[in-house]
Design a protein around this ligand. Structure first.
Ligand code: DGP
Length: 120
């Protein structure tokens, strides 16, 4: 838990979010600024600032985030047509929230790379 982290505050229910999945390791909620019809953020409860900060002990957790992404892709019916997972790492990638998260995007053709909600 990091007191000034917006995702930690959502995880601890201090801030509202449209939560679509939760377990003992992960919380997933809809992105406030969706870049696609389905845009869900899959967030570990553990505060890891970015992918670069993951440790050996986090390997299973990072795998679990992807399992949850698959489950949500099926639940939101984007599994057949396809979807994209994005992890922004650091300023040049457009990371604005420094709590590791997967973006799950789908529901329309995603033609090129998505950065900060725009296609570039
Ligand atoms: P990134 O650039 O990878 O750090 O993306 C952070 C995403 O988090 C961005 O798409 C907008 C989303 N976001 C930021 N603040 C909030 C919030 O308070 N609630 C929700 N639901 N999403 C947020």
């Amino acid at each position: 838990m990091s007191a000034d982290c917006i995702f930690c505050r959502i995880i601890n229910r201090e801030l509202d979010a449209d939560v679509v999945y939760s377990d003992d390791q992960v919380v997933a909620f809809k992105d406030i600024n969706p870049a696609a019809p389905v845009h869900i953020l899959i967030v570990p409860r553990k505060h890891i600032p970015s992918l670069l900060d993951m440790e050996k002990e986090d390997e299973m957790l990072i795998g679990h985030l992807h399992m949850v992404a698959n489950e949500l892709a099926r639940a939101f019916k984007i599994d057949k047509r396809g979807y994209r997972i994005v992890i922004n790492c650091g300023p040049d990638a457009g990371q604005i929230v420094f709590h590791l998260h997967l973006h799950l995007l789908g529901g329309r053709p995603l033609l090129q790379t998505i950065a900060k909600g725009k296609e570039v």
